[in-house]
Write a protein that binds this ligand. Sequence first.
Ligand code: UD1
Ligand code: CA
Length: 456
Amino acid sequence: MTNTYAIVLAAGQGTRMKSDLYKVLHPVCGKPMVEHVIDHIRSLNANRIVTIVGYGAEAVEEVLGEKSEYALQKEQLGTAHAVQQAEQLIGDLEGTTIVVCGDTPLIRPETMEALIAHHDKTSAKATILTAYADDPTGYGRIIRGEDGQVLRNVEQKDATEEEQKVTEINTGTYCFNNRALFETLKKVKNDNAQGEYYLPDVVGILQSENERVSAYVTEDFSETLGVNDRVVLSEAESVMRRRIAEKHMRNGVTIIHPDATYISADATIGRDTVLQPGTMIEGQTVIGEKCIIGPNSQLVNSVIGDNTTIYSSVILSSQIGNDTNVGPFAHIRPDSNVGNHVKIGNFVEVKKSTLGEGSKVSHLSYIGDSNVGSRVNVGCGTITVNYDGKNKYTTTIEDDAFIGCNSNLVAPVTVKQGAYVAAGSTITENVPENSLAIGRARQENKEDYVKKLNLK
Ligand code: UD1
Ligand code: CA
């Protein structure tokens, strides 16, 4: 097998985005577009991946980390010049090199694979991935000879009126014989409308030297969207959203309204789970089987078990067990671990806390920095008082404890196993096992007092 290398172009500023964020870092379905490209390439098992960075180099390297090697393009003199920066890393290797733009996040790994296979099969020196566009404006056009042979690419700004009518476009993805690529790059000139060194000129130069060049046409134009501005960014978002939703539906997930459901590229969802409209599944979230999520739930980097319902709630960087009900209108903040058969009801906020099997916090509570055991009942309106204005403290509620409504548990404090706290108590001292703590003013009834005040 021939070795394969990949070069990803990500040095441009992306002026047309009109943004402080570098173009290739704009997210599509929650993931920076260049990371989509890199993840697709990684799934092809390329021997080396080099990302060309320039504008925002540090930010791009921080996002991609170890997933790629990097070559710096100090000045953005064009796509050919960008590729040239990889020469010191891979210039003298034998093999096939795929070049992909960092702003084309929709090209699927299957298409890249087919392009490489086509390239290797035809023994071409260069193969360009093309597509037919209804509106080719802005893209490079593929100029073919009378026999259909690819001759060259012409950029929009350099094209004659006749050439502008061509609807076959350059997707910005190519395969090259690696040695031939770096040899030919030296011959690319910048005598064009933009004064730039154009990578697609390599194809024309090789052709004029009687080397074999070819094109591989992809059927699906939407795959090739190059995100140059925010209008196309939103198109890319909706294509990707649809694609992700279809993948899950084919795997057995019911999505009531796919266009109103937002699932990140890296989420995992089990069979027979139902996603209701308005739901956002973000980051590396994992959802088990037979869950009901939504309507209007937001889950970020969280793990949900099986048979669990998350009803109109927000779950951030937390774990929720099996057969558990959350919501409506609950807020589970980071680092929480909610066990199996738990009930968390409306207007409950949980932060950095654990709740054991079968426990219930059904209404209007704040549980922060707490360890709650199993089969605990936390009454309506209970607050763990975890903050003194400077430090945070832990509340521990052991197994089978019962906390009456409207109690304050002033941390650090422990309610031991099986203990009861009377409703309306403010608990400042530990409560021993199986005892009842009452921490409230005793009620006094003043008979006929109302009459004395002459109120009636
Ligand atoms: C490019 C192609 C065009 C093709 C289109 C597909 C050229 C000259 N034109 O045009 O034929 O139809 O992509 O989307 O290649 N970049 C660098 N360094 C540079 C210039 C660009 O790294 O000096 C990177 C950009 O960050 C971007 C990619 O290369 O990720 C493409 O550059 P862009 O300016 O978007 O090219 P297009 O005008 O879209
Ligand atoms: Ca582009």
